[in-house]
Write a protein that binds this ligand. Structure first.
Ligand code: FE2
Length: 391
């Protein structure tokens, strides 16, 4: 509720949480220096096996050596990280006598790293932290080197973990999982393939759109969200067409960081709630789930925030060369056209989702904390109908 405004400036109280970050070419090589400055002697590097063959990864490890840091490596992390992987990581952290964590990778290893830290510090099962502000003690020092332009886990107060027994992703939202430093280096994304580039880029777009239309938006998150939308509009198609286009990669890395700063503080909405439910059940890539649902949820939400959706469509459309037409249809067509240019046309049915599971998926989506900030409050039937439209 608005308590007052002066000269068009919103005066509702809003806080903004962000880690220290370094953005630019070569930032990943500062990992050793940052870990040492945080007092680390034995950092645990949390990553995924396929990243370890890259030259830039070896440079990061060499940087740890240069600063006298005897690291250990934990790479037993899946896409959509699981609760049992977090437990194993925390055991490994303790057994190795580690005193800090360096996460190198996309959202999966970064979320797993955050979760390992708080499990170690609190001695609890990771699923006990699900929800908002459920973590009593922060984890050990955490430095993140993101290697995809999308998840923004390096700047966010979110960690998403797969509850394997219930087959749903749970969201841990807490200031205690904000990294001590994010080292954001566009050069490390040059090695990503087209599919990952598109999926993670559309995740970033969804973060920006959902933060912008969120009930918890404010002037500072708006600034980052709308600029993130514009940057995705300008840079995602070129980055997908030519992975070696450093300018486009840098534009997407900046877009991802801005979108992360926006959604970490304004939270998200129904697209992410539904994607979390879907991703835990089906193990589909997170960005793909968002991409499938983005325009469907926009159609559902539009009347609750028409000016905001118009602003999103103008920013995306202008940057990608497609001015929006009038009304709701104009906004939806900009979103759909952008997906078409990226070749995103998958339906849930062909991805192995079964219609009979939709009631349960809808029920779990309604329980996700991201639903609280969606501009329109859906019923379970609404959510089921939205999933059904994606078949
Ligand atoms: Fe996301």
């Amino acid at each position: 509720m608005t308590t007052g405004a002066m000269a068009g400036v919103m005066l509702d109280m809003r806080k903004f949480v962000a880690p220290e970050f370094v953005f630019g070419l070569g930032a990943s090589r500062l990992a050793g220096q940052y870990c040492r400055n945080l007092g680390a002697r034995r950092p645990l590097v949390v990553t995924m096996p396929d990243l370890m063959e890259h030259g830039w990864f070896r440079d990061i490890l060499a940087g740890l050596d240069e600063h006298g840091l005897r690291h250990a490596v934990f790479h037993d992390v899946s896409e959509n990280p699981r609760d049992h992987e977090v437990a194993r990581g925390a055991e490994f952290y303790a057994a190795q006598g580690c005193d800090a964590i360096l996460a190198v990778g996309g959202g999966s290893p970064m979320d797993c790293a955050k979760a390992i830290g708080i499990v170690h510090a609190n001695g609890q099962d990771v699923l006990e932290f699900a929800g908002v502000d459920m973590v009593a003690r922060p984890g050990p020092p955490l430095v993140c080197v993101p290697t995809t332009a999308g998840s923004s886990a390096d700047v966010s107060q979110f960690a998403i973990i797969n509850d394997t027994a219930r087959r749903v992703k749970v969201a841990i939202v807490s200031k205690t999982v904000v990294a001590d430093a994010a080292l954001v280096d566009p050069a490390v994304t040059l090695t990503k393939d087209r599919e990952l580039t598109v999926n993670t880029g559309l995740d970033a777009l969804t973060h920006a759109v959902e933060a912008y239309v969120s009930n918890a938006n404010g002037p500072v998150t708006d600034l980052f969200a709308l600029e993130a939308v514009r940057l995705v509009g300008e840079h995602l198609v070129p980055a997908a067409q030519d992975g070696q286009n450093l300018d486009a990669r840098a534009g997407m890395m900046l877009a991802s960081m801005y979108a992360g700063l926006a959604f970490s503080n304004a939270i998200l909405g129904a697209v992410h709630s539904m994607a979390h439910s879907l991703g835990g059940y089906s193990d589909l890539p997170h960005g793909m789930c968002n991409a499938i649902l983005l325009d469907l949820v926009a159609a559902f939400n539009y009347d609750a925030a028409p000016e905001r959706y118009r602003a999103v469509a103008s920013a995306l459309g202008r940057a990608s060369g497609a001015e929006p037409g009038p009304g709701r249809e104009g906004v939806l067509e900009v979103l759909r056209a952008f997906k078409r240019r990226l070749g995103v046309d998958k339906r849930l049915g062909e991805l192995g989702v079964r219609r009979e599971d939709l009631p349960r998926l809808a029920e779990l989506a309604l329980q996700d904390p991201c639903m609280v900030t969606n501009p329109r409050k859906p019923t379970r039937e609404d959510i089921e109908a939205l999933y059904a439209q994606a078949f």
